[in-house]
Design a protein around this ligand. Structure first.
Ligand code: CA
Length: 218
């Protein structure tokens, strides 16, 4: 997923970015609301992690603005322990979930994965096709019962395909999922990662539809 993180505490922001990226998501991190709003105008995010108290305003105002214009991007708010009223206000303003600081990074990862599944229209964390079994909740992949390790980028590509099994996923969408891992995405990056996935998961799982995109053969 492409994730927008808005958090002005440097240590927390960095820890969250690293942890969510390690789970195979591409994370853009901003410390101010105005920068985040610019990013929202330019990129189609699939999840927003939103601190409520930022140097140039309240996170809740951004959330209300999004919902008012019909933007249903999932939002998880990050709140302080003593601010229960913030949490209630946040949920009422259209947040999907919240985490109380200091939170466990593995819990954050689990919430992120749950939101991703819910909004992908495929809440089932288990996927099976032929000899391939994937547990999206635990990021475990098995082929004929044997566990297979995927890199974060390989997982990012596979996760996009798993979100809509049987649907064609465009090369642009897969590139977008890879983009925030590094400044440069080579023009053949998607082909490279699809080819690595085929080596690990078998040649028949991912089908190429020339000029259109890729699809899981389930
Ligand atoms: Ca803050």
């Amino acid at each position: 997923m492409r994730v927008l993180l808005i958090e002005d505490e440097p240590n927390l922001g960095q820890a969250v970015r690293e942890h969510v990226a390690a789970e195979g998501h591409a994370v853009d991190w901003f410390q101010r609301l105005d920068e985040a709003e610019d990013a929202l105008g330019a990129v189609d995010y699939e999840l927003i992690l939103l601190d409520l108290h930022l140097p140039d305003g309240r996170g809740l105002d951004l959330l209300r603005t999004l919902r008012r214009r019909g933007d249903a991007t999932p939002v998880i708010i990050l709140t302080a322990r003593d601010q229960i009223s913030d949490r209630i206000e946040g949920l009422n303003a259209g947040a999907d979930d919240y985490l109380v600081k200091p939170f466990d990074l593995d819990e954050l990862a689990a919430r992120v994965a749950a939101v991703a599944r819910r909004y992908a229209g495929n809440p089932n964390p288990l996927f099976r096709a032929g000899a391939v079994e994937v547990d999206r909740a635990n990021r475990q992949v098995r082929v004929a019962g044997r566990e297979v390790d995927l890199t974060a980028r390989e997982w990012a590509v596979l996760e996009q395909l798993l979100r809509r099994p049987r649907a064609v996923v465009s090369k642009d969408r897969l590139e977008d999922a890879l983009y925030a891992f590094g400044a440069e995405v080579a023009s053949n990056a998607v082909e490279v990662y699809v080819s690595r996935l085929r080596k690990k998961l078998g040649p028949d799982l991912i089908r190429t539809l020339r000029g259109v995109g890729y699809r899981l053969e389930v």
